[in-house]
Design a protein. Structure first.
Length: 57
């Protein structure tokens, strides 16, 4: 997720806005201290315009 976000030149806040999530939640996912639900992963994949499976690798 972090790689895809950075490839797009987005900040955590920009991704959070696109996925309608809190920036601190995005940070927690990237630092592997939060375990997102499949629904949250779907929202992030949609925001990043990438297949869901790419985030699960």
């Amino acid at each position: 997720m972090k790689r895809l976000r950075k490839e797009r030149g987005w900040s955590q806040e920009a991704l959070a806005d696109e996925a309608e999530l809190d920036r601190t939640y995005i940070s927690g996912i990237e630092r592997v201290v939060k375990n997102p639900t499949i629904t949250v992963i779907e929202r992030i994949a949609s925001a990043l315009s990438c297949p869901l499976g790419e985030l699960l690798d």
